[in-house]
Design a protein around this ligand. Structure first.
Ligand code: SAM
Length: 216
């Protein structure tokens, strides 16, 4: 199932929609997405949609993962922060593109699930999964040349901007709880520029620099 299904996903969902970075396309052909979804939705692992992973959370739609990974413009020598590990799939894609990935998840059971998915697939050698509030970043591992946030924030967390290297790129959904804009924020020569890529719908970033749990 894996290779043919992954290759078809890359053709129909990614290349057809304009994803061009050959390293992103290759990573998503090779990483077995079915190993990161629940048993009962394995048949749908390459569907053009987010899928449930338990605890009210989802594995992101493949196109959105590709778009976010491509936006980071990774070449292979970067230190990357991934906020919202979920299943660990997005971290695995980033791990194929960068030198090192620090991935943070707030739900302990998902941290354990992601670690086990990454270990089982042998994709864990340059990925560290930490359990905690990723809206605060991981200051002791900064600076990061790329930061990817897979949960929606009401505004751009100051801590993440501070931990972004110069030059560096942060990709993050920002907006209301229901709908957001995917923002690509570039730090270069001490200046910040922001580009909105598209409208999107992510689960909320719950944390000190995100939404409060009580708002759920
Ligand atoms: N990237 C994931 C994947 O490939 O499976 C999917 C991410 S899912 C859409 C968003 C994740 O962000 C959820 O697992 C959620 O628990 C997590 N999350 C929400 N707020 C967080 C926070 N403050 N710190 C870390 N993780 C958070």
């Amino acid at each position: 199932m894996t290779n043919a299904a992954a290759a078809e996903m890359v053709e129909r969902q990614l290349i057809a929609r304009g994803i061009r970075d050959p390293r992103v396309l290759q990573a998503m052909r090779e990483i077995p997405r079915e190993e990161f979804v629940a048993e009962d939705v394995r048949e749908e692992a390459y569907a053009d949609a987010p899928l449930p992973i338990g605890f009210g959370q989802t594995i992101t739609q493949p196109y959105m993962t590709a778009l976010m990974a491509e936006a980071l413009e990774l070449r292979g020598d970067e230190n990357v922060l991934d906020v919202g590990t979920g299943s660990g799939y997005h971290a695995a894609v980033l791990g194929a593109l960068a030198r090192r990935v620090i991935s943070v998840e707030r739900i302990p059971e998902l941290c354990a699930l992601a670690r086990s998915n990454l270990r089982r697939t042998g994709l864990d050698s340059n990925i560290t999964v930490l359990c905690g509030d990723g809206s605060l970043g991981v200051p002791e591992q900064a600076p990061f040349q790329g930061i990817s946030v897979a949960a929606a924030a009401p505004s751009v967390p100051r801590a993440l901007l501070d931990q972004l290297d110069d030059p560096g790129i942060l990709v993050i959904p920002v907006g209301g709880r229901a709908d957001q804009d995917l923002q690509v924020i570039r730090k270069k020569n001490g200046k910040i520029s922001t580009r909105v890529v598209l409208g999107c719908r992510f689960v909320p970033l719950i944390g000190r620099e995100g939404w409060q749990e009580i708002d759920e």
